[in-house]
Design a protein around this ligand. Structure first.
Ligand SMILES: Cc1ncc(COP(=O)(O)O)c(C=O)c1O
Length: 368
């Protein structure tokens, strides 16, 4: 997190301790309302179309579980779909009789829009894909998928968890009906933050799977009315301080400029891939035509977790993406756990050189 984000969260929390939680919310109501403006601006939406959530998973679940499937309905998804989403597909499929089908990839490993077109019929109720998966640099053609969904009037749910904060997002250009994201990744917001975008006309005909007294009003003994905006997907109680952090992180990213962030992430990840490719025994595990700043790789004969541990001892943070995060892609490509480096704009070329030098040594030591 950037310092203004951390300070904003701490200041808000401190104020709660000083004057009370309700009192701080009343005092800072404009800032709290402004969170919706910041997030909406970040993705090109209107603030009525934004619901704030605890994370990307909850945002996605609120969107997905609001859909009513029936036997014979088809859900189309991507091979690199995040496992949590796929588990929800399986549960809903078990409950309702809807089927889940994976759109084939092209030869580069990217979701193939032509294959998607070939799968469309009037039973397809939902296209739900992950834009940038957790396990590598793949960038699925989210806008092309959106154009196909729009042409056929099919609801389109886009998981933009790894994209937000890394590249510009425009929900209208993407033609998505619902988009979900987390705060804690490339957006550099606090953990425990996320949001759902839901297009106004879809919102108007979508009832959340669960409601509380924030999302709906009890208007008569036997009747209730949903809130008109996307906040019908929220609950009454929440962490206000981290919301402020989400807002500040969104503004921070927009002040730098998402185009500039994307260009810088691209240049850094490109340099990292180039450096890693030269090391004998190192395999870059990214697929796709266009690559994001998620660089994943393996070193022959070494477990990803052991590499992560060795790098950590040198003060270099990477993570491990296990096959269980993206099981279909991992089994299709026979992927072991992979080391995941996610350089961001604040990293320097020197830091990446240090990472490459460390991997040289680790790989050399293994070969010796
Ligand atoms: C593609 C994708 N979607 C969703 C999520 C879930 O995000 P969160 O854990 O913040 O809910 C992740 C987390 O890694 C992810 O990579």
């Amino acid at each position: 997190m950037a310092l203004p984000v951390v300070n904003g969260v701490i200041d808000y929390l401190r104020r709660e301790a000083e004057i009370g939680g309700y009192e701080t919310a009343a005092e800072q109501s404009a800032q709290l309302e402004g969170v919706y403006d910041s997030v909406a601006k970040l993705v090109g939406a209107s603030k009525e179309e934004i619901a704030l959530t605890e994370n990307a998973t909850v945002a996605w679940q609120r969107a997905f579980y609001a859909m009513n499937f029936k036997p014979g309905d088809r859900i189309l998804t991507a091979s690199a779909e995040f496992a949590a989403n796929y588990l929800s597909f399986l549960q809903v499929s078990k409950r309702t009789g809807a089927s889940v089908e994976v759109v084939p990839n092209d030869s580069a490993g990217t979701l193939d829009p032509d294959a998607l077109k070939g799968m469309i019929d009037d039973r397809v109720r939902l296209i739900a894909i992950t834009w940038l998966p957790t396990n590598g640099g793949l960038v699925n053609p989210a806008a092309e998928v959106g154009a196909i969904a729009k042409e056929h009037g099919i609801t389109y749910l886009l998981d933009a968890c790894q994209a937000v904060g890394q590249m510009p997002i425009d929900v209208n250009a993407l033609c998505c009906d619902m988009l979900t994201a987390t705060g804690r990744k490339f957006l550099r917001a606090p953990r425990g933050t996320g949001f759902l975008y839901i297009r106004k006309d879809v919102l108007e005909r979508t009832e959340p799977a669960m409601i509380d007294l924030f999302g709906a009003s009890w208007v008569a003994p036997n009747d209730y009315q949903l809130r008109p905006d996307a906040r019908r997907f929220e609950t009454w109680e929440t962490n206000y301080s981290t919301r402020i952090g989400l807002s500040l992180a969104s503004e921070y990213a927009m002040n730098i400029g998402l185009d500039a962030i994307e260009a810088r992430c691209h240049s850094l990840s490109d340099a990292l891939r180039t450096g890693l490719k030269e090391i004998p025994g190192v395999h870059i595990r990214d697929v796709g035509h266009q690559l994001s700043a998620i660089v994943s790789f393996t070193v022959e004969g070494l477990e990803a977790a052991a590499i992560m541990q060795q790098l950590s001892a040198l003060g270099i943070n990477v993570s491990v993406s296990p096959p269980s995060s993206t099981p279909i892609d991992a089994s299709e490509r026979q992927l072991p756990p992979v080391v995941r480096a996610s350089p961001h704009y604040y990293n320097s070329k020197e830091e990446l050189e240090r990472l490459v030098a460390a991997i040289w040594l680790i790989a050399k030591h293994k070969r010796a």
